[in-house]
Design a protein around this ligand. Structure first.
Ligand SMILES: [Zn+2]
Length: 516
């Protein structure tokens, strides 16, 4: 009997709730506009192609903040740039890396971020590689020989083919053989660094102090033609990264005694201490203006590519969602904020500063939705360790089209993040913040912090779905009759200590970076 009643109840409720969603003019409007008048492509073109990469402290980062405020203004959304600190100002110029001996060939590579500029003529010198040494004494004896030389400090990879390519075409035996040899080579390479008494962070400075005239790296990202590009650690000499193919060729030439020479032109400008910002946009709440639904995505990027998927796509999702909300839900119950955080890549600095500077907003946060792991459609949402998150998140998700939620796996109550992206800054303060986690699309190897993180990698259909998802979640969170519960779940045991894990604690941002 009870089963029958339940069944009848389900039959009664189901069509009503489906009807309810379809007829909700806000949700219907959001979906129609997102599909028929998407602004994602022009926004992506302007941000990635025209403004370019958004390294903290660069004029491009500043231009992006200005662009976002103007764009929000054109949609009738109030936005502003809030300064939270400063960073070493630097502007990337031209990089040209040419082999000039034993033959001439232009090479594929680039200077690392914050690289000290060469002269216009650049540096021309012979390449050397690191010796295999027994101990730091032997290395110290070798060190003076780098005077006047360019030093290659990355391991020479045995193959430029990614493992998935070997898996597809190699015999099993030969794939195993390659992997074993590479593991052994990697082990010896690490051991040699220990013997030298340096690591990859401290070595460039030691080589510079010993009179080297440049550092050459190859930070392969295990995909065809793809390298990760981070910051230089030299003060006056250039540090450039070469793609695996060119790096390997030069390495073999050094090994066979051909004494290859490069000419490196790596121009840049030092701009002194520059302000760092968050761009904050707002659609003011009408009933509960001191409660907040926050859309969140970091705005900065590394600068080997144009930061298209880290985090151009997260940025596009939040901008497009704000546009949709302003158009179909201009008078929200709670205040809807968007945070485009600065300097996430150097340690969540923008969002950590925001939570530090805006305790009332953190206190009034109904929910925060962050997206920051690539272009893919959202496939995972975790309750972030909030005990009752299932109640409200599933209520909100029920209003999202099934074709979008069918792709999403939820975990409740989940655990809070200990870093990784900006929602962690809010979770550490106990605010219900959630990560909209994307399908991989080869993110870790091909686009994350690489020279291939560019417009062509954006999958607009997935980004469009994410904008619809985010806008509807924000709408539902804003309209919810109830304030969200912040009750924390008892976290799982830490296998090392046998004690329950502790909730992460807030950390202060770096408000003056790169100026030492
Ligand atoms: Zn990111």
């Amino acid at each position: 009997m009870r089963k029958l009643q339940l069944l009848l109840l389900c039959l009664l409720i189901a069509p009503l709730s489906i009807l309810g969603q379809e007829e909700d003019p806000v949700i219907a409007g959001i979906i129609k506009e997102a599909n028929e008048n998407s602004q994602l492509e022009p926004l992506a073109h302007e941000l990635m192609d025209l403004i370019g990469p958004r390294l903290v402290g660069t004029p491009q980062m500043y231009a992006a903040h200005e662009w976002a405020v103007a764009k929000y203004g054109s949609w009738g959304i109030i936005a502003e740039n809030q300064q939270f600190g400063t960073w070493r100002g630097w502007e990337r110029g031209i990089t040209h890396i040419d082999m000039v001996h034993p033959r001439v060939q232009s090479l594929r590579g680039t200077q690392l971020a914050w690289n000290p500029s060469t002269s216009k003529e650049g540096v021309t010198a012979e390449l050397v590689v690191l010796p295999m040494v027994k101990d730091s004494l032997e290395f110290a004896k070798w060190l003076p020989s780098v005077k006047g030389k360019l030093v290659m400090i990355s391991m020479n990879q045995p193959t430029g083919r990614p493992d998935y390519n070997w898996e597809e075409f190699a015999t099993e035996k030969s794939f195993e053989k390659m992997k074993e040899a590479r593991d052994e080579q990697t082990r010896m390479w690490r051991e040699n660094f220990e013997n030298m008494g340096y690591n990859s962070r401290t070595l460039p400075k030691a080589l510079e102090d010993a009179g080297a005239v440049g550092i050459v790296t190859s930070n392969w990202s295990r995909g065809f033609g793809v390298n990760k590009i981070f910051g230089a650690r030299t003060k006056a000499i250039p540090t450039v990264d070469l793609e695996l193919e060119d790096y390997g060729m030069l390495y073999r030439m050094v090994a066979s005694g051909k004494k290859p020479q490069l000419n490196i032109v790596a121009l840049s400008k030092e701009l002194g201490e520059m302000p760092t910002f968050n761009t904050i946009g707002e659609i003011r709440g009408t009933e509960l203006p001191n409660e907040y639904v926050i859309l969140s995505a970091h705005f900065d990027s590394w600068d080997g590519g144009t930061g298209a998927t880290d985090n151009g796509t997260g940025t596009l999702v939040m901008m497009e969602a704000m546009r949709l909300l302003k158009k179909f839900y201009p008078n929200p119950k709670r205040t809807i904020l968007v945070g485009h955080w600065g300097s996430e890549e150097q340690g969540l600095n923008g969002s950590r500063a925001f939570v530090e500077d805006n305790p009332k907003v953190v206190e009034g946060t109904q929910a925060l939705f962050n997206q920051d792991n690539g272009t893919g459609r959202v496939v995972r949402i975790s309750g972030g360790g909030f005990l009752n998150s299932y109640d409200y998140l599933s209520r909100w998700l029920a209003a999202v089209p099934k074709e979008i939620t069918d792709e999403i796996e939820t975990t409740f109550p989940g655990s809070p993040a200990r870093g990784g992206s900006d929602y962690a800054s809010f979770q550490a303060m106990g605010a219900p913040a959630f990560s909209l986690s994307s399908l991989n699309w080869s993110y870790w190897n091909y686009t994350w912090h690489t020279n291939r993180d560019t417009y062509d990698k954006i999958v607009f259909d997935d980004v469009r779905n994410n904008a619809i998802l985010t806008a509807i979640l924000a709408y539902m969170a804003s309209e919810d009759p109830e304030r969200t519960s912040r009750e924390k779940a008892v976290l799982p045991l830490n296998p090392r200590t046998g004690e329950p894990r502790e909730w992460p604690t807030p950390r202060s941002p770096n408000r003056r970076g790169g100026m030492e």
